[in-house]
Design a binder for this molecule. Structure first.
Ligand code: 1GP
Length: 246
């Protein structure tokens, strides 16, 4: 299966459920099964900032046992590379730390090749306030009110060959990526735009999708209450109805 083509290049918008191998989730099986009937859930993303070795592979296995959704790695570092359906090959383009622009990639590339795994070049941008990821990656986030900088950064990412741009306001934030910034970046880009960080409700999802997100990422909200996925899926359904792509 080509994850990029089937999910991210698809006409319809979708949502991904993010699971952090660092946070043991007693309701993991339930969460995995909950996603099965929700067509708006296109994939699981798996990854985190601080993940002990090998815990990623276990999480991928459990998801595969209980759900038929593709599992896409969203790795915080090279230790999280293991067999999955695809990997977001992230370059942290909002930062200036060479280790997260090209360093970890060199260590990970031979293993990804050996695993014969689809790598999706992704320009990753941290937006807004300092977060665990900005701390661990030793980078500054892009200020949430600087739309022109966000547009220029995303465009540079696209021109460098990234097939996706992912703007992330940080896990658990109370300030998701502002709709005006999403709109400006979506308008400028030809590649699909993923938006995550702090999307917890139907309204949060609707705002991001209406502004131009192609795929929204739901982490904390789904981990604490899997049923919220039905509510958020409704926002995705309606966004697709507006586009006439059911
Ligand atoms: C963070 O985009 C993700 O990397 C998801 O954030 O956990 O706040 O949904 P939340």
């Amino acid at each position: 299966m080509c994850v990029y083509q089937n999910i991210f290049q698809a006409k319809n918008k979708s949502m991904a459920v993010l699971l952090d191998p660092d946070k043991p989730n007693p309701a993991l099986e339930t969460l995995a099964k909950t996603t099965n009937p929700i067509t708006e859930v296109s994939a699981f993303f798996v990854g985190g900032s601080l993940v002990p070795d090998n815990s990623t592979a276990g999480l991928v296995r459990t998801l595969k046992q209980h759900s038929h959704k593709p599992v896409v790695l969203f790795p915080g570092n090279v230790n999280q590379v293991c067999k999955a359906d695809a990997i977001l090959f992230l370059s942290l383009i909002s930062g200036r730390n060479p280790e997260y622009l090209i360093g970890q990639h060199i260590t990970g590339a031979p293993l990804i090749k050996q695993l014969n795994m689809e790598a999706i070049a992704t320009g990753y941008m941290l937006i807004g306030e300092p977060s665990s990821t900005t701390y661990v990656s030793n980078t500054n986030p892009l200020p949430a009110h600087k739309n022109d900088l966000a547009i220029a950064t995303a465009l540079a990412g696209q021109m460098l060959g990234h097939k996706l741009i992912y703007m992330d306001a940080g896990s658990g934030t109370s300030k998701p990526v502002p709709p005006a910034m999403i709109a400006g970046v979506a308008e400028a880009l030809d590649v699909p735009l993923i938006i995550g960080g702090g999307i917890r409700t139907y309204e949060d999802a609707k705002k991001a999708l209406d502004a131009g997100a192609h795929c929204i990422v739901i982490g904390n909200a789904a981990e604490t209450n899997p049923d919220i996925l039905f509510e958020i899926a409704e926002a995705v359904y309606q966004a697709n109805a507006q586009l006439n792509v059911h």
